[in-house]
Ligand binder design. Sequence first.
Ligand SMILES: *[C@@H]1O[C@H](CO)[C@@H](O)[C@H](O)[C@H]1NC(C)=O
Ligand SMILES: *[C@@H]1O[C@H](CO)[C@@H](O)[C@H](O)[C@H]1NC(C)=O
Ligand SMILES: *[C@@H]1O[C@H](CO)[C@@H](O)[C@H](O)[C@H]1NC(C)=O
Ligand SMILES: *[C@@H]1O[C@H](CO)[C@@H](O)[C@H](O)[C@H]1NC(C)=O
Ligand SMILES: *[C@@H]1O[C@H](CO)[C@@H](O)[C@H](O)[C@H]1NC(C)=O
Length: 331
Amino acid sequence: MVSTTVFRALARALSILSATPQGYAAAVPPHSGCGKPLSYGQSPSSFHNVTIWSGNLERRFVVFIPPAYDTLRPSQLIVSFHGGTKTAEEQISLDSLTSDDFNAQSIVIYPQGYNNTWQGTPGRITNDVLFTSDILDYVEATYCIDPKRIMSTGKSQGAGVCNLLACDATLSQRIAAYAPVSGAYYVDSIPCYPDTVAFPCSPGRSDIPILAFHGGNDTVISYNGGDRKGQCLPSIPHWIQAWASRDGLDVSRNRSTLIATNATKYSFGPPSSRCENPGKFSYVNLVYDSDIGHDWPSTTPNDDNQKPYHYVASFNATPIILDFFKHYPLP
Ligand SMILES: *[C@@H]1O[C@H](CO)[C@@H](O)[C@H](O)[C@H]1NC(C)=O
Ligand SMILES: *[C@@H]1O[C@H](CO)[C@@H](O)[C@H](O)[C@H]1NC(C)=O
Ligand SMILES: *[C@@H]1O[C@H](CO)[C@@H](O)[C@H](O)[C@H]1NC(C)=O
Ligand SMILES: *[C@@H]1O[C@H](CO)[C@@H](O)[C@H](O)[C@H]1NC(C)=O
Ligand SMILES: *[C@@H]1O[C@H](CO)[C@@H](O)[C@H](O)[C@H]1NC(C)=O
């Protein structure tokens, strides 16, 4: 058992370390929530609504405190964005990130989109990059968070938010890795050329880890892209190759691995060198399942795969996402 005093000294040392060259744009000092007891009524394995003001709007998010939460041990933090027209609660039921089977350690945040939608979708005016930044400030000041292990995932429009965060000069230095699922990556560029459209994107570093998932029978956000809501959706191969290029990787070559029946992972760049699982991922990865639709891939029934003409997948996206996050904390 590490005493609080020892921990405080450690936290101070860590905050000095993380204040050096990289310099995150966090408004709160790293580890400032460590050592704080949980608020009255909060305990491990529970969900809590939080309301904050952000961009002159009252905004809501749900915090999941994991079973193994320890006020003295910095936790990984995952932010999971729901799809368009959905809610934080629906994302909780979809992503399985709060299931004991997959996650005992990570705090998970479920932001609620204003009017159930997100920045990046044509016609939306909220600032959800700012909202995310405000959430991170709150959560880092309230809970014991490892500032090098803040991750993001999301479905559809929520995956689009992950892309916006990865493209943001500041947030890309605060969020370590990104796992967008069935993403809608709108670009305001008409006429639409899905295989060549250029994206406005200014990440603050050139080693952004991405693990994307997309179904070959996605009839909402097509794998091949095209016109939608008056804007242009890139083809998913073009979009992932653009990330490989931004990360300075060889776009013309990928490693392709069959990870399950009908599901192939395309990886760009040198394989990761993590000792537990060397070679498993690269910085930029796309898992393409030829059969599934606009779904969060899961081998068990979920809200997506039980619709007519949708199927359970031959693999679970959630443990793959968690494994990927383990490989890529902030450098
Ligand atoms: C949070 O608030 C929403 C809507 O206001 C409600 O539906 C949900 O049950 C609440 N969740 C918790 C954990 O209190
Ligand atoms: C939310 O929806 C209402 C009703 O359609 C609209 O008047 C309002 O402008 C929307 N707010 C935002 C921030 O998009
Ligand atoms: C693809 O999805 C559409 C719409 O959900 C459905 O009509 C069609 O049968 C699906 N195709 C296959 C091969 O599953
Ligand atoms: C990966 O490389 C193969 C073989 O060159 C190619 O057919 C495939 O389209 C590439 N995948 C992506 C996502 O670029
Ligand atoms: C793989 O794809 C084939 C052809 O589309 C389909 O018949 C089969 O059910 C799929 N298998 C799985 C496990 O999804």
